[in-house]
Design a protein. Sequence first.
Length: 170
Amino acid sequence: MWKIVRQIARAGIPTEAAPAPDLADVGAATRIRQEILDILGQALAIRQVDAGSCNACELEIQALNNPYYNLEGLGIRFVASPRHADMLLVTGPVTRNMEQALLRTYEAVPEPRLVVAVGDCAGCGGIFGENYASCGGVSKILPVDVTVPGCPPPPLEIMRGILAAVRRRR
């Protein structure tokens, strides 16, 4: 044990310091929040659906909830029921087994509803394409408002896609 303690004392703290907060980001966050409220009149509620992905896009979506991106602070929240949602955030190629579930989820979202396809797989089927087990991209099943490219797309691009869909509603 002492050997480990000595090694830690010699090495020091190997991580870099956290970046200083940018005051321009605080202003941008306030503008985004106000724009969402102006367009929707309320906070944006998102229902995320995994239609058959490898979970890489889900990891990036979960990063949106950490303190660095603070999606909740912008007035955007994730909900468990499609009946409470304004937007569907779909990841992965639509598998044949998820086709009916995705359609039912889409029909449960009240009008006017938005659909954002996150990642290459949701956009065009990605490496899976269209085959006996996969219907391909989300656009073959549902009308998609915005597609966020990338495998997986970074959290900032996902935020831009969500904002583009909200602006499109205007």
